[in-house]
Design a protein around this ligand. Structure first.
Ligand SMILES: NC(=O)c1ccc[n+]([C@@H]2O[C@H](COP(=O)([O-])OP(=O)(O)OC[C@H]3O[C@@H](n4cnc5c(N)ncnc54)[C@H](OP(=O)(O)O)[C@@H]3O)[C@@H](O)[C@H]2O)c1
Length: 407
């Protein structure tokens, strides 16, 4: 006889699914500051459809996307889903988890009840026309981010994912450390190794914005692992030292410069000259940290509007700026002269393929890359964790939340 609802940390026997569960829920009327947007509620456990897996969530990762979900901007995720036919008027976020496969739908392959897994949040329709015509699934028009664009993410006792999204949990890591890394690590891995011929080679200088952040802390280690030379950008000495500890050659304090933001109009020569002198000073600092006068062959971007003009200016001839986010805004100003005359590449990159997720997980499992778990929060602190991220007051690395696990 199973109960309708179990406390966090408690559950019926493997395979038995209760009707209801605790979840940290965002509702439209609470859109705003993350600390107030999340609230624990009891909701129905979602159905498990063919090809899907119900995971008992042990721990969840904290990512920037649920800062956006909490704010209701730039995407009102609940309304967007309802326009696609969803009936729920709430959002359960969380795009990273570690947990136990609890039940499986029809035709599930590759995982079975009892398996300990982590999840890559990229979900797509395997029968979509573009996939059938040969597109890499993560680039499919059907691709959505689970736990952000799609509901029933990891901030709940149970989550529903597609079978191919599951990867073996790194055995050496705790539930929290396993839950904290995938979204940032797999994304950084694709940025650095997914865009031939611009993959990191031994000796390549690489500029990493937000070196102490989720993406940055993993990127530094990945660049070093293959013999590249990572240089971090940060906003405090403490964060800079953290990056050096991970393998950065050194760090640049972005507070020493003030040329950030959108480019002036190209015809305003005085304003352009002022901007250029700021960008050049930043470039000289890069050389100082690197110890030689070479430009970064690859720039790992996610900060967006404030930094992209500098990224494109600084990037080496025939190098690549690879961008996966726009934390400071979405207007990416490009002085096209630098782009074409110096034959640079500006590449968008989003989440990762299954292969990339598996490869970065192997590196983490082998101990070659640390997931950089910074702080572990309790279930009632999900809003707080996102608020710290929103205000850039979070500790260096990746954060996690305990769901059914106690440590
Ligand atoms: N497309 C994808 O698949 C994907 C996946 C993961 C993340 N993302 C996006 O990537 C972004 C970063 O994610 P994350 O998890 O690494 O976040 P994070 O842990 O907050 O790290 C971002 C870092 O950016 C730096 N930063 C903040 N404001 C800045 C500014 N004005 N100029 C330069 N740097 C600034 C901060 O470092 P300092 O203050 O120390 O400089 C911060 O540590 C987010 O927008 C997220 O949505 C996208």
């Amino acid at each position: 006889m199973i109960k309708d609802l179990y406390d966090l940390g408690d559950a019926p026997e493997l395979g038995a699914v209760p009707k209801r569960m605790y979840a940290s829920v965002i509702r439209r009327e609470r859109y705003g500051e993350p600390v107030d947007a999340f609230r624990t509620e009891v909701v129905d456990v979602p159905p498990v459809r063919p090809g899907q897996v119900l995971v008992k969530v042990m721990a969840a990762g904290v990512n920037y996307n649920n800062v956006w979900a909490a704010l209701g901007s730039p995407l009102d995720v609940i309304t967007a889903r309802q326009k696609q036919g969803a009936t729920e008027d709430f959002h359960i976020g969380g795009s990273d988890l570690s947990g136990v496969v609890w039940a499986v739908g029809e035709n599930v392959r590759g995982v079975k009840p009892g398996d300990e897994v982590v999840v890559l949040a990229a979900r797509w329709d395997e029968s979509a026309e573009d996939v059938r015509l040969g597109a890499e699934p993560v680039t499919s028009a059907s691709q959505r981010v689970w736990g952000y664009e799609e509901n029933y993410g990891s901030f709940a006792q149970f989550a529903v994912v597609d079978d191919y999204m599951c990867h073996p949990k790194p055995a050496r890591l705790s539930w929290a450390a396993s839950a904290c890394y995938m979204a940032t690590a797999a994304t950084a891995y694709r940025q650095l190794f997914g865009w031939q011929p611009h993959t990191v080679r031994p000796g390549d200088p690489v500029l990493v914005w937000g070196g102490a952040g989720g993406l940055g802390s993993i990127a530094i280690q990945l660049v070093r692992h293959v013999g590249g030379i990572p240089v971090a950008v940060v906003s405090s000495q403490e964060r800079g030292e953290f990056c050096v500890g991970l393998g950065a050659e050194g760090w640049i304090d972005r507070r020493d410069f003030d040329h950030w933001g959108r480019l002036p109009d190209a015809s305003d020569e005085a304003a352009m000259a002022k901007w250029l002198s700021g960008a050049r000073a930043f470039g000289r600092r890069f050389w100082e940290v690197l110890g030689e006068r070479r430009a970064p062959r690859i720039v790992l971007e996610h900060s967006g509007a404030d930094t992209i003009p500098t990224s494109l200016y600084l990037c080496d001839n025939a190098g690549m700026v690879v961008i996966c986010g726009g934390t400071t805004g979405y207007n990416g100003d490009v002085d096209l002269r630098f782009l074409w005359m110096r034959q640079k590449r500006l590449q968008g990159s989003h989440v990762a393929s299954l292969r990339e997720a598996r490869e970065v997980t192997r590196l983490i499992d082998q101990g070659a890359v640390d997931p950089c778990l910074s702080r572990t929060f309790g279930f009632e602190e999900i809003g707080l964790a996102h608020q710290l991220l929103h205000e850039n007051r979070h500790p260096a690395g990746n954060m996690a939340v305990l769901v059914n696990a106690s440590e």
